[in-house]
Design a protein around this ligand. Structure first.
Ligand code: SF4
Length: 330
């Protein structure tokens, strides 16, 4: 399938009067049509900064130091980091849309849902009637009652319904790719499953692609084709969802997996000890070494290990070859 999103070497820094923090270093990823890539990691791993940079929505204190972000609708290449702000705003809904974390904050509480659709349409020269007709279809496609929802205020709707509205809104201008930031946070388990199923149905029906940002490995397992683990601003493991989630090779991915409750495993949930490092004061060597049970001398000095091919995926870990030889996670 052709690529719809192509990110290469993305590096982002935050600066204030006292310090500079590199939140994302050299991130590359691509998403093909109709596919889903999940960025996983704890908070502070850089995944949200990466998403905001890709959407052109970084706060003023952040700078993209290097790299490129391109959406590639129908073979054209639109380099989002080089476009003027106004053009970027237009592209944001047409080619790349966003379902922010916690949909209540993304919906204006004093506007009925219909108005949200109309405003998005107006900003992109989609006529009122066409917008309304399309919104009705989309609301039905996400399993809501279109007429009732159209005239409701956000606070009248449940969390799951608001999330469905946010998804329908993101689909309004038929973007190639939608960035989903923690798509099921704050929803109960059954509602989470229903929302994820709806996302998959929409993908099957329209060929839309998703970039999902999540700390929840069960979300990644449910929707992703490819998974990228991020730690301290870097991609540390990348491969198919089956490889990375069933048989992780990076000790951090393995730790995330062990700390996730699973329905098909009786293994006790075991949290990763320690905390993610402060990005303004990263440990030398592999950033994960203070928390890694396998750390040796090589891991504690020099620079971070490079992301290299290992067992049909890529992993940034000095000890990966021993782990491949040992047949999987340790
Ligand atoms: Fe652990 Fe060393 Fe691998 Fe880092 S490089 S994950 S410290 S074994």
């Amino acid at each position: 399938e052709p690529l719809v999103l192509d990110v290469s070497g993305l590096t982002v820094e935050y600066r204030d009067a006292v310090r500079t923090v590199r939140a994302v270093t050299g991130l590359s990823l691509s998403v093909a049509r109709g596919r889903t890539v999940a960025l996983i990691g704890e908070s502070g791993s850089g995944k949200t900064t990466a998403a905001l940079a890709i959407l052109g929505m970084l706060p003023g204190s952040a700078t993209v130091l290097s790299g490129s972000v391109a959406v590639t609708p129908a073979g054209r290449r639109l380099d989002l980091l080089r476009l003027p702000r106004r053009e970027l705003r237009a592209l944001r809904w047409q080619h790349i849309a966003y379902v922010p974390q916690g949909s209540i904050s993304s919906l204006n509480p004093i506007q009925r849902i219909g108005r949200h659709f109309q405003q998005t349409a107006e900003a992109h020269a989609l006529g009122r009637r066409a917008a309304e007709a399309r919104a009705m279809e989309l609301l039905a496609a996400v399993h809501l009652e279109p007429r009732r929802i159209w005239t409701s205020y956000p606070h009248e709707l449940s969390g799951g319904t608001r999330q469905r509205v946010a998804i329908a809104l993101a689909m309004l201008l038929e973007p190639e790719v939608i960035v989903l930031d923690e798509p099921t946070t704050a929803l109960d388990v059954l509602t989470q499953e229903a929302v994820l199923t709806t996302l998959l149905e929409l993908q099957a029906a329209t060929g839309v692609s998703y970039l999902a940002i999540t700390h929840d490995l069960s979300v990644a397992g449910a929707v992703a084709d490819e998974v990228i683990t991020m730690y301290a601003g870097r991609a540390v493991e990348r491969g198919t969802a089956e490889q990375v989630l069933a048989d992780p090779l990076h000790p951090y991915t393995a730790g995330l997996l062990r700390s996730t409750p699973s329905v098909d495993s009786d293994l006790p949930v075991q949290s990763i000890g320690g905390h993610p490092p402060s990005l303004s004061d990263l440990p030398p060597g592999c950033s994960f070494h203070p928390r890694c049970g396998l750390a040796d001398e090589r891991c504690r000095s020099g620079g971070p290990p490079a992301l290299l091919p290992a067992d049909s995926r890529t992993v940034a870990c000095h000890r990966v070859s021993e782990r491949v030889a040992a047949g999987g996670p340790g």
